[in-house]
Design a protein around this ligand. Sequence first.
Ligand code: PMP
Ligand code: GLN
Length: 388
Amino acid sequence: FNTTFSELPTTVFETMSLLAAKHQSTNLGQGFPDNELEGPASMKELVNSSMYEHSNQYPQLMGLPQLRQAVAAHSERHAGIPVDPQTEVLITVGATEALAAAFLGLLNAGDEVIFFEPSYDSYLPMVRRAGGVPRIVQLQQPNWSIDAGELEAAFSPATKLLVLNTPHNPTGKVFSLQELQLIAGLCQKHGCLCLLDEVYEHLVFPGHQHITLRSLPGMHDRCLRIGSAGKTFSFTAWKVGWITGPQALIAAVTKAHQFIVFTVPSAIQRAVAFGLDEEQSFYCGLGEALSRKRRLLADQVAALGFRVLPAEGTYFLVADFAGLLPGGSQEDDVAFCYRLTAEAGVTLIPVSAFYADRATAPRTLVRFVFCKTDEKLQTACDKLRAYF
Ligand code: PMP
Ligand code: GLN
């Protein structure tokens, strides 16, 4: 039989976590919080009790009414954007499925999709599998700024969609109002839709603010916003997400959702609805707690010789290791991460994995994740200090 399958790659997160397990290293690679930091016990108890009651048969295709209601209230409370829970909210299997359903539901063959690089690793392969044509614009170091000319040049009459991830994985960048205004102006000029990956909306450090592109003048009717209970409650295994937006766009995404998963486990939806309404202090406190952890990690890795790049949110820290290489070494980020796992016992993510083409990707950047206990962060720093 024919074994020429799709050219989908293996995600770097699985590769690096398997490598970490093999070497029993301290895993600061794949982004998931330590058990000690995960969300409210009240929500876990609700999942358990719901299983024994009335949560064991297919819930509605678009999601449990009480979760859609809670997502709508959350949208109005935190983003100032009211949405109709009946027609403008779809509950998904994590943000991952929301992204896939959006690409499959919105794109026709040949539609062009603009996104920034580095980018979350599912965008490129999933846009392509949905028939879209990626038009990638590189963010410029050290502040991951936008070159306005390059962004403008990426638009064409075939541009259907722009994908924007803020706060941004892997850099931790929170896009400024000025940058959002630039993007908004171009999207309106060229008449395209916007898919906003805002899974880290609450993971913003004190003194900074997450602004959704959907709140800017002229953007409301063209934007879809994606959120994730995995990030909001530090329950990455729960795989509940949501997408909100204008009715016609949500209807198109729902068409794809019905044939991918149809619906999402009820007991977990029930608990997320409760959490969004009743456990606001958990997710509203994430930014402050994480900024302290970032400092703990940043100070120590900087002292080791890494050049730490600035960030305003998320639980990711990007650093340049060029200063740690012996003179003349050509070692790239992938080789460096393999060596560090095997020899130092610390696993990181090579940033080139967030680029379409390794030839044009930065060669000496790595991503650390710091949603870990202080003890684990300290252990990783101690291992690195002993090694270098
Ligand atoms: N988008 C971004 C930017 C992410 O970092 C992630 C990783 N969790 C996702 C989407 C997927 O989220 P989920 O775990 O809810 O599927
Ligand atoms: N979003 C997480 C990260 O960037 C990983 C998600 C996944 O493993 N699919 O590390």
